[in-house]
Write a protein that binds this ligand. Sequence first.
Ligand code: ADP
Length: 459
Amino acid sequence: MLFLCIVSEAFAYGVVKEPMVVGAYAIFIPVALIIYFSFREGILGGCIASAITIAYYFYIIITRHYKGTQLNAGIETTIILGLLYFLLADIIGWLKQTIDGMIDREADEKRRLQAIIQQLPVGVLITDGKGRLLERNKQLDKILGIKMPIGLQLGRDTLTNIKINGENIKPTESPLFHALTSGKPVVGEEMVYERKNGKKVFLRVSSTPIQNSKKHVIAAASIISDITQEKELNRQKDDFLSMASHELKTPITSLKMFIELLVKQKDTVKATYYMRRISDQADRLKELTNDLLDVSRIQTGKLRFSKEVFNLSEVVRDTIEGLQGTTKKHELILKDGYKETVVGDRYRIYQVLVNLISNAMKYSSQGKKIIVRIKKEKNTVVVSVQDFGIGIDAEQQERIFDRLYQVTDPHEKTFPGLGLGLYISKEIIERHKGKMWVESEKGKGSTFSFSMPLRQKIL
Ligand code: ADP
């Protein structure tokens, strides 16, 4: 602004050599500059430009020695123009600040929305009205296993490996495009998506169109959740139900059969044999129902433990003696290197031992020997049960402690069981502040071990 005043003076005195020549341009150019500064700097910038212009006008009045009516007219015009300039600077500056505020608010809003979208535990995908990607979050990248660039035209060559009910669908048949083309939301559609690495994931997709004030679809948003685990859990529950019914049916059928035989039997030796079998089957039923009850107690946090000091090797010896009586195929060997006592629930530890040793017998129909070891390691006592049976694959070893998990191998005959024993045993040991683990090699046998702290405060 000052520069303009200097140029104007230089023009009047230096170029045209006539100070009174300062005329209309001294009004139009400052007005243009006041508008410019008001837009650029806001009210303050506009007001400073106005003040400099007014000061320049007064400078002209003084330096050109205006007198009489010319002086009065000059002062009046300057005051009126000054008021107009300030008004102009205020209006334009206010407009600029309001627009800036709106832009900032909108940017803040957008940032907030983006932060929320990024934090959502589900995948989010937003496109414009033509299916061009506007926004997506990290969760979506994780679910799909790809990072789609913003601006990507969906529906051409991406996501072609989506299946609904086993059929490949065209991208244009996806819920998002349905929402875009029909203007109606699609809720909870389930589909299978195959990642680039071949892994299949189950997805639940909901898409909704976004309309402008004229009811035109200008965008669409999809919420995508990975329901693979949910599906797997449901499948496990279904399997469990059919397995549990099967497992319960077997002893019940045998019970019924032996009771019928017993009723007809006159020979006391045979009758005693049937009665023993009935008792065995009743025990099996009791075991199964106890396992089921224990699992539900673990789930509801109601598994209770007593706390007593007991001799662990005594419990191990008793368990081995009891189980040796049930098998002629296996030789149970105890290698005992620890004689001290531990604190905990004697019956529950016995239950763990029964589970490990009976598993060792169940999964080593060929192997004769089962070795049980007790030894002291640092502040713990470690009990291990080694068999020389079918062994477990490295990848299955982590999962066998999961609820309902059973190794399925097409080459091996299936063994009876509900896949609950190890889950319950591990929970019992962990509640005693101990650990349970397995070392195994497929075809060579397994060693299941657990540790317990040495007589410390537990439970
Ligand atoms: P269950 O024996 O009733 O199926 P468990 O929870 O006791 O259930 O065992 C889970 C799975 O771990 C079993 O189905 C079996 O596949 C595997 N497993 C357990 N113990 C052994 C073992 N000693 N040798 C080989 N596999 C075993």
